[in-house]
Design a binder for this molecule. Sequence first.
Ligand SMILES: [Zn+2]
Length: 328
Amino acid sequence: MSFPETRMRRLRRTESLRALVRETSLEPGDLIYPLFICPGEGIRKPVGSMPGVFNLSVDEAVKEAEEVAGLGVAGLLLFGLPAEKDERGTGAYDDEGIVQQALRALKASSAAKKLVLIGDVCLCEYTSHGHCGMIVETRDGWEVENDTSLDLLGQTAASLARAGADIVAPSDMMDGRVAAIRRALDEDDRQEVPILSYASKFASAFYGPFREAADSAPQFGDRKTYQMDGANLREAMREIDLDIAEGADMILMKPAMPYLDVVREARRRVDVPMGAYQVSGEYSMLHAAFEKGWLDRDRAMLESLLGIRRAGADFIVTYFAKDAAKLL
Ligand SMILES: [Zn+2]
């Protein structure tokens, strides 16, 4: 049947009709809010390129978490800015590390501990060179060494779990890290802690503002030898298959908006829960347009999140989590 028998506008006539036939939902409980934890007390340092995002000391992070929990947001993804960095990223797997301290403080708050607390597992925020793994000298200069990095990533995951992380989320893109982390967790008697792997993480220009927020820019070179080439969809599916085979309980896709086809294809292929990370650059470019008055802030924000859900993400890591939850 076609026009005039079929009229698509019939079901768009009122808000109640539109609500009845709406295919995709967006709830505060679908959202994860990233926090950047820094040393000190009473610190709330704005990140210049990300309006509304701060480096927070542990006490301020607890206050922020309590507010976020009150809004019904699902959880937090924690990144750390250590007081000191070194070649081996010691701060990542130190039981007294900055994120470990934050996890213990959050678990001590009756409001904040209702949130799912996710610890990012990587070395780049903690290494003096800013790469996600160990650097070795080679004949051609240097390289990020895969296998020696695995042990440190495993130690990081176990340390975060001991401090109270409900989930650990490796973002480093070393080969074999999911299996190494599972082994490290199990040897530490943390069989119950799930792994959310950043299974397909592309080398993206959209991470730019994050590197200011997390002070994690590589001091030399780039991350193209471990993060994926943005041109490759089939390779992303292989990464996902491998991570699941190694024991990933959930996967995370990153970035989100420029890679919605990858999110879609992953949803079609795998049954594990899947999130997508609306990364710093996606947030910052929308904010720049809001500041210029070129886009309606509330509508554009929610539409960007709805698009990611519609592509197939069960949950979204987003710097908009708090603002979106207030509207939903
Ligand atoms: Zn990293």
